[in-house]
Structure formats: C-alpha cells, structure tokens
Ligand binder design. Structure first.
Ligand code: RIB
Length: 304
C-alpha cells in the first residue's frame, strides 16, 4: 500500500487575539481595544500550513462539543485536511489568549481543555502514513507513545519541540527530524545537556541533540533565518527574507508545516528549508495563525 498521508497529531485552539502596545509583564494589566477570534493550535496550524503547501494531511486531535470546535474543524476542512480522526469530547475546546505587540512579537497563554483528552489509544492504523508530525501541546504520554509506534513501523517522526517543555526520556531516540526555535533549544539543552555555566552555541547545541537520536536538527532563528545540522555532519544555514512584520503568531507552525509538505514529496532538505523560510516570512506579514498561512502558489512566487 502506498504511504501518502502526513498524520499531524496535536492541539487545536481557538485563538483570542489582542493587539497591545507592549506585552504584559508579570503583575501588569495591558489594555487592548478589542479581541478577534481565529483558528489556531500548534497541531492544527501545522496541518493547515502543510496542506496549503500541497501535503496530503490528516489531523488527529480533540475538540469540545461547542461552537469553537465546529469552527476549528471547518477551518481544517476548508484547507483540505482530513478530519476523520478528530475527536469530540465533553471538555471545552482549547483556547489561546494571545497578545500581539506593535513589533509583531507575541505572548500566549493556552487553556488546553479538550486537547488533554488525546490519549495513546487514539492513534489510528498507520499503514497509509508516510510521516508523523508532533508538537508538545498534547499530553506528553501520548506524544511519546505515538512517536514510539511510528518509529517501530519505520515512519519518520518530525517533532516540533514547542512549546518548551522537558522531554520524556526515550522521545528523541524516536525522532527523525527535530525542529525548534532558539528559546526552545535553550530550554531543551539546559534541561538535558548543558552543565551549569556553559554557554554552547546554537550549532554546538544542535550537534549535541543529533547525538541523542534525531537525524536532522533544525533551529529557526526569527529574523536570522534558520540553521540545520544533520547526523552526516552537514550544516545548512538559510537567511531570512526581509518582510514587513505584522504578527509572528503561527510563523513557526507555518515553517514546520511547509517543511514537512516539501520533504514528503521528495524535495531535498536545503530546498525545503528555503520554502519553509519563505512561507514563514509571508505568514509574518498577515494577522492570525491559520489566516496568515500561504498557499503553495504564493510560496513558489515569493521564492522566485
Ligand atoms: O504557535 C501558535 C499557536 O500557539 C497559536 O495558534 C495558539 O493556539 C498556540 O497554540
């Protein structure tokens, strides 16, 4: 049987977005004139970005039986994501409360709700699955169990280690491609690698992570582009593309989804990184997570 489906297992959130002059410090209240609602959640965002970039995608996740759950399902559906593995549970649909500052940077609080109902037994049959894409907004026990099953079946596991959380022992050994931003890299290497007082460079940290299992470690560097390090010892650095930043929410998810769509159709790592970088830059020029994600045509046109 031909394996053609990219399975994304992860979170779905309704994003409550507020534009603010600056992000709130601890103990501070910051006012915003209004909020807007838009579909989000790291898992759903990556599924949408991947499908819009041409991937054949199915989403495994959980929403509540409420109006937000319906709207998240329909957002996936309208981008061509297969929603047959989307569970409906009694808890409320996940929600994210996002402040976006004038420079486009954000700060996010997530109420996980229904996302916590995603359990190890919910992983479907993987016979048609070519790649499994995971993030860390789901219960860690499920992330580990899904990664182990896919790894045992020879399916490449791509892990976006976001948001920053300590990893279960054994998880990195099941991961083919590990993707994170600098903050998440910092967190991961502080909790798993770094002796107190040592300041490893990004590349040295990526190299150290490759020794723990992944064949490829990719670090996104915001306005500096991204860097990848492979188990064969290759380093690839892709510079960022200059854009007018409106909102960075979902830019990392856009990067991940596009990268996997390109890799899944056999494009080489360097070219896939360029496409992902371009798509993430485009996403920064528009507001919201899923509403900002580009189509394959837009990505290709921007790359030219
Ligand atoms: O990565 C951005 C996403 O993080 C938002 O859509 C929000 O829902 C949180 O999950």
């Amino acid at each position: 049987m031909k394996k053609t489906t990219i399975l994304v297992a992860g979170s779905l959130n309704m994003d409550f977005m507020m534009r603010v002059e600056h992000l709130a410090q601890s103990g501070e209240t910051v006012l915003s004139p209004r909020y807007t609602l838009s579909p989000g959640g790291k898992g759903a965002n990556q599924a949408v970005a991947c499908a819009r970039a041409g991937g054949t995608v199915a989403m495994l996740g959980a929403v509540g039986r409420d109006v937000y759950g319906e709207s998240l399902r329909s957002s996936l559906h309208s981008s061509g994501v297969d929603t047959q593995y989307l569970l409906e549970v009694t808890d409320h649909t996940g929600a994210a409360f996002i402040g976006v500052a004038a420079d486009g940077e954000n700060s996010i609080l997530v109420a996980s709700g229904a996302n916590l109902a995603l359990h190890p037994q919910h992983l479907p049959d993987l016979s048609r699955v070519s790649h499994l894409l995971l993030q860390l907004e789901s219960p860690m026990v499920s992330v580990l169990s899904y990664a182990k099953r896919a790894h045992q079946e020879g399916i490449p596991v791509i892990l976006n280690a976001a948001p920053a959380r300590p990893l279960e022992p054994g998880l990195l050994g099941c991961v083919h491609t590990l993707i994170m931003n600098e903050g998440e890299l910092e967190h991961l290497t502080q909790t798993s690698l770094e002796a107190p007082g040592t300041a490893l460079t990004v590349l040295a940290k990526a190299r150290a992570l490759v020794k723990q299992g992944p064949r490829v470690v990719i670090v996104t560097l915001g306005s500096q582009g991204c860097i990848a390090y492979t188990a064969e010892g290759t380093t690839l650095a892709v510079p960022s593309l200059p854009v007018e930043v409106v909102d960075t929410t979902g830019a990392g998810d856009t990067f991940v989804g596009i990268l996997v769509a390109y890799l899944a159709r056999g494009v080489g790592l360097a070219q896939a990184l360029h496409a992902a970088n371009a798509g993430a830059a485009l996403a920064c020029t528009r507001a919201g997570a899923q509403p900002s994600m580009p189509s394959l045509l837009e990505i290709e046109a921007f790359l030219k």
